[in-house]
Design a protein around this ligand. Structure first.
Ligand code: SAH
Ligand code: MG
Length: 203
């Protein structure tokens, strides 16, 4: 909402602005401002010290989270994105706070990861259930999982799609949303914030 967008303010460094422009020009789906407001406040409320992110892209969200003082481990499958993210993290002077793994999150050996207060799932939408199941064992007591893009630009509300692939992907997301709300070991609410964010609190 424009009214609130103008009232709620995030502070961006020159590097942040550079990353935001790069993302726009190169169609990198970085977290929307509304989602970032939410994520930041969840981190502050939880006093999250250790965060796992699935899906680094160019490092934008990892940098925003690490700026709050948290340690961020983040996983990126794409080598080019990984290299760009590494460079951006260095420019942000956050190399001691952010560890990037250039791996497929579905294949990564979790024994090299830590325990986390927050897990941010933001990678391949079709794999969300697999990501959730794989990484939930790394959550601390009362830890939380935030999942992004659950409204998929509003496409979850549509009935007709440009392609079979797109319809299948949308169905995967709908399926994840329903599945997520059925998980009895988590208290989950899906919010109409940014591109649709779920907050799942481990019971
Ligand atoms: N979190 C970022 C945006 C991530 S975009 C931000 O808000 O700034 C999603 C990223 O997930 C892409 O860079 C994509 O390459 C990566 N990805 C997709 N499948 C993956 C997988 N299986 N393992 C790790 N990363 C994956
Ligand atoms: Mg996202």
């Amino acid at each position: 909402m424009e009214y609130l967008d103008n009232l709620n303010k995030l502070e961006f460094s020159n590097l942040d602005i550079e990353l935001r422009n790069y993302a726009k020009e190169n169609d990198v789906p970085i977290i929307q401002d509304e989602g970032l407001h939410f994520l930041r406040q969840v981190i502050m409320l939880k006093n999250a010290r250790n965060i796992l992110e699935v899906g680094t892209a160019i490092g934008y969200s990892a940098i925003q989270m690490a700026k709050l003082g948290a340690n961020v481990d983040t996983i990126e499958i794409n080598e080019e994105s990984y290299k760009i993210a590494l460079e951006n993290v260095k420019k942000a002077n956050l190399s001691d706070k952010i560890t990037i793994y250039n791996e497929d999150a579905l294949l990564i050996d979790i024994s090299k990861l830590k325990k986390y207060d927050l897990i941010f799932i933001d990678a391949a939408k079709a794999q969300y259930i697999n990501f959730f199941n794989k990484f939930k064992v790394l959550l601390n007591d009362k830890g939380v999982i935030v999942t992004d893009n659950l409204l998929f630009h509003g496409l979850v509300l549509e009935t007709e799609f440009k392609s079979r692939n797109l319809r299948q992907l949308v169905n995967k997301i709908r399926n994840y949303n329903e599945w997520l709300l059925e998980q009895d070991d988590f208290d989950t609410t899906i919010y109409n914030i940014g591109d649709g964010l779920a907050l799942s609190i481990k019971k």
